[in-house]
Design a protein around this ligand. Structure first.
Ligand code: KIV
Ligand code: ZN
Length: 389
């Protein structure tokens, strides 16, 4: 039987930290409504202690969509941050406090200038305090992938004993590689299941080496129950793990991962396009799942194969992610089969073989002069020839 993987979307928190991605309140609410439609389990709505505006936005999201999707917000391991988180999310049906504190030597020494024991105690105190406010508390061991394992584990053990219900293991600077990160999660999972098997094990990856999706999928193989992701992989520097890639990875390779999510994949493109529209940040054309070219086929051999059977060159159908059906890009490398498809799609008759050959020759001549032949070019060619209907 498949495991269910919890999806926490942090587009409105980690994603929105990107320069130029700042959204205003109505835009944040619109995005949160789309995330709910998409079927994410938890929306991380912001970092309420960072500004009054962020606090109000988290509160508005908790009010407007928090009836049927869990809402969380981030705070550091200090009372004032945790209070801000609680006050901003408390009206949601299923609120979750999220606390972050570093566990790597570099964080302990350079950020906090305290002993490891003192930092660990800060985390425990923060969780204990959060538990007086709400039952659901997530603890993030920031920079976990660069932490000494035994200290990382000692922190996890202590905060679980203090009441944390979710442990999130971040690859904060995108340093991990898939085999290693999967092993790390496996090791933590084995100990965590012995300690308290009700605790949810979560991962949060960044894409500095382009490995965020691979690391997240590897962590799922290692036993992670929850993933933290953003639409379009939006996030600081090279971004966060992309929601659409992990979700479709699990769906397309379901028999390998034996895991699934509650995401309505037909809403993926709409979510991606909405975020692009709201932030003005484009997605690269060849981005997996949501890029303009993700389902576009331009080589003649591929187009011919697709027209015979879509499965020849497609591992998922565009309709599954809410995109238009198969898009054949016409270029100088396209073959007769794809061109015929385009001509017929526009209502022209291609039954006269000689006439079609002449039209195809004209198409090749034109295609040699441009990067792409568009629908309106095909229309012009076909309609200007005698015999075209
Ligand atoms: O990257 C990170 O470590 C984070 C934590 C707050 C989860 O964003
Ligand atoms: Zn992050």
């Amino acid at each position: 039987m498949n495991r269910n993987i919890i999806v926490l979307d942090t587009t409105l928190r980690d994603g929105e930290q990107v320069p130029g991605a700042k959204l205003n309140m109505p835009q944040k609410i619109e995005m949160a409504q789309q995330l709910k439609r998409l079927g994410v389990d938890i929306i991380e709505a912001g970092f309420p202690a960072s500004s009054q505006g962020d606090f109000e936005a988290v509160q508005a999201i908790a009010r407007s969509v928090g009836d049927s999707v869990s809402i969380t917000a981030l705070g550091r391991a200090v009372k004032s941050d945790i209070d801000a988180v609680y006050e901003s999310i408390k009206l949601a049906q299923d609120p979750l406090i999220h606390i972050v504190l570093g566990t790597s030597n570099i964080h302990v020494e350079k950020k906090f200038s305290r002993s490891k024991e003192a930092v660990l105690q800060m985390g425990v105190d923060a969780v204990r305090y959060a538990k007086t406010l709400l039952p659901a508390v997530q603890y993030s061991t920031e920079d976990a992938s660069r932490s000494e394992f035994e200290y990382l584990w000692a922190t996890i053990e202590a905060v679980v004993k203090a009441g944390a219900t979710m442990i999130n293991v971040p690859d904060t600077v995108g340093f991990a590689v898939p085999e290693e990160f999967g092993d790390l999660i496996r090791r933590i999972n084995e100990r965590l299941k012995n300690l308290d098997d009700r605790v949810v094990l979560s991962v949060h990856c960044h894409n500095d080496l382009g490995l965020a999706t691979a690391n997240t999928l590897s962590a799922i193989r290692g036993g992670a129950d929850k993933v933290e992701v953003t639409i379009n992989g939006l996030g600081e520097r090279a971004g966060n793990t992309s929601l659409e890639e992990v979700v479709m990875g699990l769906k397309v390779r379901e028999s390998f991962y034996r895991a699934q999510t509650n995401i309505n994949t037909k809403e993926l493109i709409r979510s991606s396009r909405l975020l692009t529209h709201l932030t003005g940040l484009d997605v690269q054309v060849n981005k997996a799942i949501t890029g303009e070219n993700a389902f576009a086929h331009s080589s003649g051999i591929h187009q011919d194969g697709l027209l015979k059977d879509k499965n020849v060159y497609e591992i998922m159908s565009p309709e599954d992610v809410g995109a238009d059906s198969m898009e054949l890009v016409l270029t100088a490398r396209s073959g007769r089969h794809a061109f015929k498809h385009a001509v017929e799609k526009m209502g022209f008759d291609t039954s006269d073989g000689a006439e079609f050959e002449a039209l195809f020759a004209q198409f090749l001549e034109l295609a040699d002069t441009k990067k792409e032949v568009y629908d309106h070019d095909v229309y012009y060619l076909a309609s200007s020839r005698s015999g075209a209907s």
